[in-house]
Write a new protein. Structure first.
Length: 318
């Protein structure tokens, strides 16, 4: 079992993080790499810029996050004005999925075809029927469908995802959905979860989504949860095609705001990764990526990946 005291030893010496251009950082990776073997920086509640200190989780907008190098997004939606509004809890974020977020993703992929995006979609209140209908309408648009991953498999390769979005549906949306449906995603827990494509293919996921704490004095418990899951991910054999998702975000209201947790947890996890530079991390969702601690963690995740990845010369994309 990891302890916070033990992990403090990793702060003593740090290796430099990735310092290159992040607009097209995935072009440095081989097409043959399974997506489940990547370390992918993501943002939790990616659109939550408004709502006060208790609900705000990001400073940067979606496009800015893409430019920074973020490739996984946690989008929370609810019906508003006949469209899907982006929400965090009750707080509307002054943007819509159909007219703001999805077009931004597609525009970015057109301009950066070497990149792929992972987008988690979750209903944030409202009618489940309205949510499902609106999601199906937006994802069935003829001009958008070419930018989605439709055929899922556990060993899905990066080369099959470049220029596309892999969706993680946390709520039922449509029968023939792009990406995967999430089965067994337990609330505020660490668990083994299943991704299931509409083609019936499945993959297991080591999921850590522990986010609710009594106060900011329990930040050490969150750090331990992160370390345990990252350690378990790294311990997977090379033959394994298990996926991994870790949330380094948390809250302990009223004093333990997302910002308070992010400042400490982002820093701790990045320093840990600097000492385990070859570690595969999976998808890591963070708060406040534009703050110094968030930028450092983002750089570390990309560095972990590039440190062990095959040369682009090894690509065999057909």
């Amino acid at each position: 079992m990891f302890s916070v005291v033990f992990m403090l030893s990793w702060f003593l010496c740090a290796k430099p993080a990735f310092a290159g251009s992040k607009g097209d950082w995935m072009k440095l990776l081989s097409d043959t790499l399974p997506v489940c073997k990547l370390s992918i920086p993501g943002t939790h509640d990616s659109g939550a810029i408004y709502g006060g200190c208790m609900l705000k989780t990001q400073d940067a907008g979606i496009f800015s996050q893409l430019e920074l190098g973020i490739r996984a997004f946690d989008i929370r939606l609810a019906e508003k004005d006949g469209k899907l509004g982006v929400f965090h809890s009750h707080a509307f974020q002054n943007m819509y999925w159909e007219t703001d977020v999805l077009p931004t993703f597609i525009k970015f992929l057109k301009e950066h075809p070497s990149e792929m995006l992972i987008v988690s979609l979750k209903r944030e209140g409202g009618s489940s029927e309205a949510y499902a209908s609106l999601v199906e309408t937006s994802l069935s648009a003829i001009d958008a469908k070419p930018f989605f991953v439709w055929n899922f498999c556990q060993d899905l390769a990066l080369g099959d995802c470049r220029g596309k979005i892999l969706f993680l549906h946390r709520d039922a949306a449509m029968n023939k959905y792009p990406g995967t449906a999430c089965d067994g995603w337990k609330d505020d827990a660490t668990c083994l979860m299943t991704l299931r494509g509409s083609n019936g293919a499945e993959a297991q996921v080591l999921l850590q989504d522990e986010y609710q704490y009594a106060s900011d004095e329990e930040v050490g418990l969150k750090i331990e949860a992160c370390m345990r899951n990252l350690h378990n991910v790294a311990a997977e054999p090379s033959s394994s095609y298990r996926w991994a998702i870790s949330f380094v975000s948390a809250t302990g209201l009223p004093l333990g705001t997302p910002e308070v947790f992010a400042k400490q947890v982002n820093k701790f996890v990045s320093e840990y990764l600097k000492q385990r530079r070859s570690q595969m991390c999976g998808i890591v969702f963070m708060d406040f990526v534009q703050r110094p601690e968030g930028l450092e963690l983002l750089d570390c995740l990309i560095s972990c990946l590039l440190y062990t990845s095959p040369s682009p010369r090894d690509r065999t994309r057909s």
